[in-house]
Design a protein around this ligand. Sequence first.
Ligand code: BGC
Length: 770
Amino acid sequence: MKVLKYIFTIGALTAVVACAQQKPIAQTASIASNSKMDVFISDLMSKMTVEEKIGQLNLLTGGEAITGSTGNSDIEKKVKAGQVGGFFSLSTPKKIRTAQELAVNNTRLKIPLIFGMDVIHGYKTVFPIPLGMAATWDMALIKRTAQIAAEEAAADGINWTFSPMVDVSRDPRWGRFSEGSGEDTFLGSEIAKAMVQGYQGDDLTKINTLMACVKHFALYGAAEAGRDYNTTDMSLVKMYNEYLPPYKAAIDAGAGTVMVSFNDINGTPATANKWLLTDVLRNEWGFKGMVVTDYTGINELTAHGLGDLQQVSALALNAGVDMDMVGEGFLTTLKKSLEEGKVKIEDINRACRYILEAKYKLGLFEDPYKYCNDERAKTKIFTAENLKFAREAATKSFVLLKNQNNLLPLKKSGTIALIGPLADSKVNMPGTWSVSTDLSKAISVKAGLENAVGSNAKIIYAVGSNLVEDAAYQTRATMFGRDIKRDTRPEAVIIKEAVDAANKADVVVAALGESSEMSGESSSRTDIKIPAIQQRLLKALLATGKPVVLVVFDGRPLDLSWENETVPAILNVWFGGTETGNAIADVLFGDVNPSGKLSATFPQNVGQIPIYYSHKNTGRPMQKDEWFKKFTSNYLDVTNEPLYPFGYGLSYTTFDIAAPILDKTTITSGGNITVSTTVKNTGTKDGEEVVQLYIRDLVGSITRPVKELKGFQKIFLKAGESKKVTFTLTENDLKFYNANLDFVAEPGDFKVFVGNSSANVKEADFRLVK
Ligand code: BGC
């Protein structure tokens, strides 16, 4: 592998960064071009003082969403002094107009502010958490959710969103697993593209679009031990093949900005990583937008061990950071560093230009108040149409994990015991990172079930258990207004009440799992089971002999091994957004047939992590369905198989997917091959199926994964109906980054698989001939 070492010296600090060999420059930076925008910005910048330029690099938080140890002060004074480029976490036309007026009416050059927000999975109308959205495998639906989020947020004064979050993650201990699309590079890249297109539309100057910010660049999802903000150490081949493509897909789709991740990458934190932010992002990928740090990302370089605030601010600017979120390191040190020769005016100019360009692209110079329209705020948010779409999206995100003897769907009659600490919570339904919503508008499971059955069935509710046994843990797991009232009665009393309710019912629905704040930022777990106190409740409910349906809330793949053994029906619902309760009722009662598929492997236990379907084979592989064999790659205590594989999810009907038929058995350079299969709905209900296509490159110059997703189609089939599904594979689909980091397809034999999960496939063979 050709790896160069770049050594650069800033002040007293010498940093050594391992770098990939410089790749050909895809596109040159926009800075030199001569468009109308460039003329406008050049003219403006020619009038700016150094202080004014540095002021543009400063992004402050104006709201309450504080995710670090500090916020900002003296905000008004700073805006008037031209020391602020933008705000985030500020909303409503009124507040944003006030802030904008402060800047426009008081500063010499009247440069408008940019307004960001974490609009992650919806704005006021909340859709399922991103991990749930990924489980829909429905790109049109995902794009539409981003469009709706943009429409609502832009109507409330905002013009920039800190989304999509595209960090590939294979470690469910990491709380932020919930915020991304799961473990897969290909699926994650498709989703990244759909989201950017949804937010930005075809014209960023429109008043119903937002500028996207792809994050967290890069490799944040590979934090060691699943502990948040932790170190990442990864080979370049793995990065390029598995972790970087979703960021690139978002950028290729036009994402206007990039947010830098908190983590250390092979010895250099991303915020100070020139190889990452300049060599890869700018020079290889041709990114022409603005780069913003994460919350106090520059200041945190000091704790990483890279120097004092002046040193680390210079490091970040020189690495390629344009905008400093919250920490004010740029604001307070860059002038001094310039005078001392530690930074160059060209780099301050570069950063300032990218920020001004973002504002220009949004049309803010033409009209700084274009997003501040009270009428739009009143009419475009929480509309009936948006809520209807949120309900549909939620139903499509749920994954049916088990349904023994077709216990589901339930009838809307008789008596249903609804039990569990998540059963009557509104505030936990939207899920993590739904900072702008009105929590009181969310639909609880109890309300959803009651809405669905009306007077046709009786619902008896009992809480059954606390969220977790330890009260202090419960406090940590229910922050930001996502409370779950603690029941102070003895556990036996609380369980007995639930068992009594179950005994009076025909069926039990147990709404258990994680609270919404048990995943998300700074919410890593070492135990990824349903909390023990809830398992004890579930055991007592099962002991009644009544049929039990487990509705599991989670923001990560959980270890559900015990539940899978003991509970007849399991519906995994993530956190479904505003309409969660109604959507759960739709699926439990069969008004909607579940079609969600896992976008991440569910392990048998935490010890199997990292576990993902596209692993390498090793030199001593186990055969499928084989149990322990000495001197092969396995465990003494469990098989290598996951509990539920990537791509898995049941339906109330059944599908048969025939073996793939190829139109030819060789692909030549520039040519393609079509892979078709016939899918039949063999059950008695209409439903949707996700037909998945995987390949395996059998012999390579470096080792290749045992399977890689390369295509999928979600199709609807009436009961008894058959459809032919066709995929086209080109040479490009067979490419990967080799040891020299060249993107190549190597001639030789391949397998192609089609099926309805990564573990349930039929195969055929073909060859690439060049
Ligand atoms: C998170 C980002 C988020 C930012 C601003 C940080 O703590 O890592 O994902 O966009 O805060 O709220």
